[in-house]
Design a protein around this ligand. Structure first.
Ligand code: DC
Length: 221
């Protein structure tokens, strides 16, 4: 089978990250986590006290931003302006700020070029919100992974429970807020591409989702 470009879009907590990582490993592909790039911008916005609604401040921040994925000891590390930020971008505060700054055209333009560069050699599983609709509209096969909001909030809550003091209700509220931000923004909103295969993971295990995706891939290629 020739190397493919596979996209997986969907809302927070739908299982995209776990599924994409397993899929990439099984196929011997690279895994591209595009949400991490928006999280990197969010971290810099917070660290540099940049106002997320001020275009000039955001533009200058984006101009001076160097983001790279580096493969180290079997895992991908995210390096931003020379610093490893992989472990610092997974807080709820960063999630909310990433969702906010991702609506800004300056930020999206900066990351669009970077993402396309990262995916240009195929053999990639690219995960995000607009992979199939905008960034890789010509992808070989596209998936949209969804689940009901309570299930997604419960998954996220279980993931962060040991490191966070947030209650389930707070996590659910944030997930719903991010759904709202990400799907109603003007530019590249979260939605299934017209040619995406939609999978509802509410009642499926990770293994079942991966199996369904692989079945679709092998049926087509
Ligand atoms: O996938 P994630 O939770 O790490 O993404 C964080 C935020 O980044 C998400 O709420 C919206 C934004 N995002 C985006 O706008 N486009 C993408 N392709 C990926 C993420």
């Amino acid at each position: 089978m020739k190397p493919l470009l596979i996209t997986i879009d969907g809302p927070a907590g739908a299982g995209k990250t776990t599924v994409s990582k397993i899929l990439a490993r099984k196929l011997g592909y690279r895994y591209l986590d595009t949400g991490a790039l928006y999280r990197a911008v969010a971290l810099k916005v917070i660290e540099n006290h940049v106002h997320p609604d001020q275009d000039d401040e955001l533009a200058s921040l984006c101009q001076n931003l160097d983001i790279q994925w580096v493969h180290k000891e079997g895992v991908n590390r995210l390096i931003c302006n020379g610093k490893d930020i992989t472990d610092r971008i997974r807080t709820e505060k960063i999630s909310m700020m990433a969702s906010k700054v991702s609506a800004n055209p300056i930020v999206r333009q900066k990351l669009l070029y970077l993402q396309r560069k990262m995916g240009e050699n195929k053999g990639v599983v690219a995960e995000g919100r607009d992979m199939g609709t905008v960034v890789f509209a010509n992808a070989d096969i596209k998936f949209f992974l969804d689940a009901n909001p309570q299930t997604r909030a419960m998954r996220r809550y279980n993931e962060i429970e040991s490191q966070s003091s947030s209650t389930f209700e707070q996590v659910e509220k944030q997930i719903r807020q991010r759904d709202q931000n990400d799907s109603t923004r003007q530019l590249a909103p979260l939605k299934a591409s017209h040619d995406a295969i939609c999978i509802d993971s509410t009642k499926l295990s990770i293994k079942q989702v991966v199996e369904q995706i692989l079945d679709h891939i092998f049926a087509r290629f």
